[in-house]
Design a protein around this ligand. Structure first.
Ligand SMILES: NC(=O)c1ccc[n+]([C@@H]2O[C@H](COP(=O)([O-])OP(=O)(O)OC[C@H]3O[C@@H](n4cnc5c(N)ncnc54)[C@H](O)[C@@H]3O)[C@@H](O)[C@H]2O)c1
Length: 256
């Protein structure tokens, strides 16, 4: 399904150099949107944007370096977008410390690891949303997607700082939606179950992968493209009455 109104939108996707963030960006460019791929992995994000533009897609991809945990870096992106577009219609707060996590019991997580992960995963979406707020308010009806995780609903072990950060994201979404409703800005959490991307990671062992798939209603694993339809819908005007929600995409693994 195609959401034709996306073609007129300027949408920022953070953490878009790889993985699911790149898939969101690809889908939105395919829909004709102007997509700002923002990531701290500068080289990869530039290559990713160039590849999207080369593929003859309808929209446009623009790379931008950012550290979402830095207020100054978020302000730089806002300044550049103010000059170039004067508005932002969509924001996907997807950047997170995730695939680089080493699983361990929570009592072995160092305070430095905890703090850095929280700065990126929880403070980052707040910082960037705040920096882009004047631009989001300048849109006719902006939509924000905060990326959560169904690891929260599953009580997953081995990365408590990550689970806590994503629980915070869902709570932040609901309150943000109430503070931003008066400006016509919607805010939702897209909460993926386990998604297997091109990036290898240690956060799911082979037996855990099998066990989770067996528990699902749909007995297949998810790839990044399984997440993109909901993102496109939530960013389009077709979802104009949906806000404050946490929506899972997990093949029936858990129920919220
Ligand atoms: N893959 C899964 O199974 C899964 C499941 C549930 C939720 N999620 C969430 O989906 C999102 C994407 O997951 P993924 O598997 O593609 O993750 P990933 O680790 O492969 O990619 C994360 C991206 O964020 C970028 N990033 C990290 N720190 C940053 C910072 N400070 N500033 C800007 N960019 C930064 C990285 O460079 C990378 O491009 C994350 O929010 C993750 O928590 C993933």
């Amino acid at each position: 399904m195609s959401y034709t109104d996306l073609a007129s939108k300027v949408i920022v996707v953070t953490g878009a150099a790889q993985g699911i963030g790149l898939a969101y960006a690809r889908r939105l460019v395919d829909e004709g949107a102007t997509v700002v791929l923002a990531d701290r992995a500068t080289d990869s994000v530039e290559k990713a944007a160039a590849a999207l533009n080369e593929n003859g897609n309808q929209g446009k991809a623009i790379a931008h370096a950012i550290d979402v945990a830095s207020a100054n870096s978020c302000a730089e992106l806002a300044e550049s977008l103010t000059k170039e577009f004067g508005r932002v219609d969509g924001l996907v707060n997807n950047a997170a410390i995730f695939s680089t996590i080493t699983m361990k019991p929570f009592w072995e997580i160092s305070t430095d690891e905890w703090d850095r992960l929280m700065e990126v995963n929880l403070k980052g979406p707040w910082l960037l949303t705040t920096a882009l707020l004047p631009l989001l308010r300048a849109s006719a009806g902006a939509s924000i997607i905060n990326i959560g995780s169904d690891a929260v609903a599953m009580g997953r072990q081995g990365y408590l700082h990550y689970v806590a950060s994503k629980g915070g994201v869902a709570g932040m979404t609901f309150s943000m939606s109430h503070e931003l409703g008066e400006f016509g800005i919607r805010v939702n959490t897209l909460s993926p179950g386990p998604v297997y991307t091109e990036v290898s990671r240690d956060t799911v062992s082979a037996p855990q992968k099998e066990a989770m798939m067996a528990r699902q209603a749909l007995h297949r694993t998810a790839g990044p493209d399984d997440m993109t339809s909901l993102a496109a819908f939530l960013l389009s005007d077709e979802s104009s009455y949906i806000t404050g929600q946490t929506i899972s995409v997990n093949g029936g693994l858990v129920h919220r």
